[in-house]
Design a protein around this ligand. Structure first.
Ligand code: DQA
Length: 145
């Protein structure tokens, strides 16, 4: 059976394409999911995507991935910077975790320089826009090989 990668998108990412295009680009979230899905298919992996503006929903999705999904790719949006409960949920997940951001938060406002997700991520991909989705899947592929 093909392994499943859980792709999680946090708050406001449903507005991609419309939201601050000068920062996040003009591609929609559906475009990014399509990029990740195509990359995964090339390696016989399946992408399961969920977007939520609600922290509790994201935590529940991470719990449900335990012993079911091989890896998690997560763009936690602004939850990145303060959501310790997502940190703890990811710490309880056994497989690789890739933290992904379209922009480079380290080159933006100081409050974005802190990530509470990075300490529990296997690795982080930032600043490459939509291409980051392909890079993240490629990273997971290597980690699962
Ligand atoms: C983001 C960066 C976060 O700081 C911001 O709150 C987002 C998007 C990114 O993909 O660049 O919502 O995660």
């Amino acid at each position: 059976m093909n392994q499943t990668i859980l792709l999680l998108s946090g708050p406001n990412l449903n507005l991609l394409g419309d939201r601050e295009p000068e920062v996040y680009g003009t591609e929609t979230l559906d475009d990014h999911v399509a990029t990740a899905t195509a990359a995964a298919q090339r390696h016989n992996l399946v992408i399961e995507h969920h977007q939520s503006n609600d922290e509790a929903t994201i935590i529940d999705l991470i719990h449900q991935a335990r012993n079911r999904c091989a890896a998690i790719i997560i763009n936690p949006g602004a939850f990145t910077h303060y959501a310790w409960a997502i940190h703890d949920a990811l710490a309880a997940f056994d497989g690789p975790v890739v933290e992904l951001h379209l922009s480079n938060p380290n080159a933006r406002e100081p409050w974005r320089h802190i990530s509470v997700i990075s300490p529990v991520a296997t690795g982080t991909i930032v600043g490459f826009g939509g291409h980051g989705y392909e890079l993240a899947v490629r990273a997971v592929t290597r980690l699962l090989a």
